[in-house]
Design a binder for this molecule. Structure first.
Ligand code: ATP
Length: 508
């Protein structure tokens, strides 16, 4: 049995070999943490984006979409706090010359101690069998208690230092914990420095006059600065939402794990404008609504969990992540944040323009509060792909790689496969293609044996293979093969459109 690491490696190669994701500018050896979506990847990505858009904009009468520019007036980022505070603490190992995020080094260290505790618990559970009381064991076992105390102390010391911007103390925690560089194995560390994650460039052709502008690190600000324009032109009444999908850029220090952490990525965000004082109600509403959206794709609920933040960003009064069980463990997939009136008030102060909403029901004006849902499209793509990827041994001893992508998201919905390329079968196939292609992405293939064609479709996650055989020319029926079970049923050509359509719906 291949382990998780191997499976993840195989998934990354599969994504390249079958035209989902390529490293950017690969002929020049790629660009770190930048990727291109290939012919099937772009379809999967578009389907995820479309479903998100539909569930936000089409399903909600009070949510509309916009598409703001990537470049924004530089003061935007002063107001939002990104110029001053969108930093990661970084540290270099002098021997390996590798750069790390100080918080990631400490988190990894803590995870190792956590692992030790889990092992103790596991061992004891085996020893005591059914009589084992985990809670009691954790509360009394000296080794567990000692490790737990160590973790609590380090965590407290480290995050207090970070919060206070005491970078010397941040470094001292790393030294005191004896954290070594995973590459060189040494503890020869530089000072810790703050590193701003925004990419900058200049606008204007004459460099002296050039203005520094930034590639947006989040799409949200394009919505904040436009909210009153949208409210007025769309005659929106609070509560209402504005949705947007688009590129965001962050100069991530540690870019690892394929498309999980990229320097150029795409976000799907929705900012919901509410009456002050009602934000907690809406925060709860959107937490639930977003989890429902994920589950409607048919991936099991055990793959998801909420992580409520104890430590809040400066703009938030409540925040939670929806985490997904990626091949490298549970990690953030989406954030739901109650952002108060922080951003709108900051923009009001920096621009000198009133950003208040007049509430006709209360007959008063106020700056609305905002609850946002923010999901990375590329991370969602990785969630879908990693859950879908299966290496299977079949009953006849052969093997197949199958992508069990939820049918509604699959790049190709149906493959149309004449059994042989003669006797009128290709003509029938083309006829079916014409009837389906307007509504569904289809692929017509007549080369190679039918078995090899099925394998190729399995490998790109096509849920339905429609096979045309000699019987088709007599009674206008075909077989429809299911990707996951490999079962085949005979159906009339006239029914195909409806059958496929009925299976491409979300599980609501
Ligand atoms: P992380 O802690 O993983 O860096 P974050 O908390 O900074 O993420 P947010 O600022 O809340 O992320 O961004 C919202 C969403 O955008 C995240 O939940 C994630 O899905 C996505 N995202 C953020 N940074 C990246 C990145 N570098 N690459 C891909 N997706 C990203």
């Amino acid at each position: 049995m291949a382990n998780q690491d191997d499976i993840f490696k195989n998934l990354v190669s599969h994504a390249k070999e079958y035209g989902f994701v390529f490293p950017s500018s690969e002929i020049y050896d790629g660009l770190s943490a930048v990727y291109d979506y290939a012919q099937y990847g772009v379809e999967l990505k578009k389907n995820i984006r479309d479903y998100w858009w539909k569930s936000m904009v089409q399903f909600h009468e009070n949510i509309v979409g916009i598409d703001a520019a990537i470049f924004m007036h530089p003061t935007t980022w002063k107001a939002s706090g990104h110029i001053d505070a969108f930093n990661d603490p970084l540290i270099d190992n002098k021997d390996s010359k590798k750069r790390y995020r100080a918080d990631v080094l400490v988190e990894d260290y803590l995870a190792k101690i956590e692992g030790k505790i889990s092992k103790e618990v596991e061992k004891a559970s085996k020893r005591f069998g059914e009589a084992f009381n985990e809670e009691q064991f954790r509360a009394t076992n000296p080794r567990v208690l000692e490790n737990q105390q160590k973790m609590d102390e380090v965590r407290k010391r480290f995050f207090t230092a970070l919060e206070k911007g005491n970078l010397e103390e941040v470094r001292q925690v790393i030294i005191d914990c004896e954290i070594a560089c995973p590459i060189s194995g040494t503890r020869n560390w530089t000072e810790v420095r703050q590193f701003n994650l925004m990419f900058s460039t200049s606008m204007g052709s004459v460099s002296e006059d050039a203005n520094t502008i930034y590639l947006r690190p989040e799409t949200a600000q394009g919505i904040f600065v436009n909210y009153l324009n949208v409210q007025k032109t769309g005659r929106m009444k609070i509560p209402f939402g504005i949705a947007q999908t688009g590129k965001a850029f962050r100069n991530e220090i540690v870019a690892r794990q394929f498309i999980f952490r990229m320097r150029e990525f795409e976000q799907m965000e929705m900012q919901y404008f509410v009456r002050p004082g009602t934000e907690m109600e809406w925060y709860k509403y959107w937490k639930e609504a977003r989890m429902k959206w994920h589950l409607s794709l048919g991936m099991p609920s055990s793959k998801y969990r909420f992580h409520d933040h104890d430590k809040l960003a400066h703009y938030a009064n409540a925040a939670a992540d929806i985490e997904f069980d990626f091949p490298f463990g549970f990690k953030e997939l989406e954030g739901i944040h109650s952002r108060t009136d922080f951003d709108l008030t900051a923009h009001q102060n920096h621009s000198g323009k009133k950003l208040q909403y007049f509430d006709p029901e209360l007959n008063e004006s106020y700056v609305p509060y905002v609850v946002e849902t923010s999901i990375g499209l590329d991370r969602m793509f990785l969630a879908v792909l990693s859950h879908a990827y299966h290496e299977e041994k079949l009953e006849d001893g052969s093997e197949r790689v199958v992508l069990r992508i939820p049918p509604m998201l699959a790049p190709v919905k149906a493959a149309i496969l004449p059994l042989v390329a003669k006797d009128g079968l290709p003509e029938k196939g083309r006829e079916i293609m014409e009837r389906l292609k307007c509504d569904y992405m289809c692929q017509y293939e007549e080369k190679d044996s039918i078995g090899r064609r099925y394998r190729r479709q399995d490998a790109i996650g096509t849920p339905y293979c429609i096979t045309i055989d000699h019987q088709t020319t007599q009674d206008n029926t075909v077989t429809i093969r299911e990707r996951d079970t490999m079962e085949q049923h005979r159906v009339a050509i006239d029914e195909l459109h409806a059958i496929i359509g009925s299976r491409l719906k979300p599980i609501l």
